[in-house]
Write a protein that binds this ligand. Structure first.
Ligand code: FES
Length: 262
């Protein structure tokens, strides 16, 4: 028993060459439950050893296998071939900020492309360095006043509930890929970095306060968000970056009013 013959249409590109990106197709008989990552591994092993892509955990934990699958940001290790070829999936067009239905005219055809808004190094491998630079810029670590308390810093369930959803981020960059502002503004910190910023802003143990708010105050920070909500819809881990951005923005406004600056 199989899930049928599928054609994988993969966007190929090598930054070491001058050639323009081009699609290459591979035919593969999909076994039941086969994921897109498993299909790519089969293609790489049996048909084309030059095909490049990233993966590590194969369990939706490390975030390294994120790619565009039939026009939608997905984790390849969590996306079954059968589901990827289903008609009527919702995809998000970054700049237009609108939802469209994937054409799905050929249910057996699966188009695989690299993430958007990041430079392609080879095939499905993108340069994650600018993405991680932005993450580091928001200082995603705890900054308490007291460096070493005699006992652990305790957080009650109620206090933790605000920060907890943001701890589920696996830094796959799906949200960065689908963000219309990241597409237009290379300096914009982006939903992943701003979500991680809010994770620490909401943490009752963190006392970076004004310093932390200043890290994201401006058009490259929370003011840059257009509230498209694409990032919330696409996140494979249910992280809501837009909510965190809105709350950070509101807090900056409140603090300014308190200072008499606005
Ligand atoms: S391989 Fe780790 S998330 Fe897919």
């Amino acid at each position: 028993m199989t899930d049928g013959q599928h054609t994988f249409r993969v966007l190929r590109f090598d930054s070491a060459d001058d050639e323009t990106p081009a699609y290459q197709t591979y035919a593969l008989e999909a076994s039941p439950g086969m994921t897109v990552l498993e299909a790519l591994l089969r293609i790489q092993a049996e048909q084309d050893g030059t095909l490049a892509f990233r993966y590590a955990c194969r369990g939706a934990v490390c975030g390294s296998c994120a790619m565009m699958i039939n026009g939608r940001e997905e984790l390849a290790c969590r996306t079954q071939v059968r589901d990827a070829s289903r008609q009527g999936r919702t995809v998000y067009t970054g700049s237009a900020r609108e939802e469209v239905e994937a054409p799905g005219s050929d249910a057996q055809m699966i188009t695989v492309e690299p993430l958007r808004n990041l430079r392609v190094i080879k095939d499905l491998v993108v340069d994650m360095e600018p993405f991680f630079d932005k993450l580091v810029a928001v200082e995603p670590w705890l900054q308490p006043e007291q460096a070493h308390p005699p006992r652990e810093r305790r957080v009650g369930p109620g206090a933790w509930a605000e920060a907890e959803p943001y701890t589920n981020c696996i830094l796959c960059a799906c949200c960065h890929s689908v963000c219309p502002v990241a597409e237009q503004e290379p300096g914009y910190l982006g939903p992943a970095a701003l979500a991680q910023h809010y994770r620490f802003l909401a943490d009752v143990r963190d006392q970076a306060g004004e310093h932390r708010l200043a890290l994201v105050d401006g058009d490259d920070g929370v003011n840059g968000c257009d509230f498209a909500w694409n990032c919330v819809h696409i996140c494979p881990r249910g992280v809501p970056p837009t909510k965190g951005i809105a709350k950070t923005r509101a807090r900056i406004t409140r603090e300014r009013r308190g200072d008499g600056r606005q």
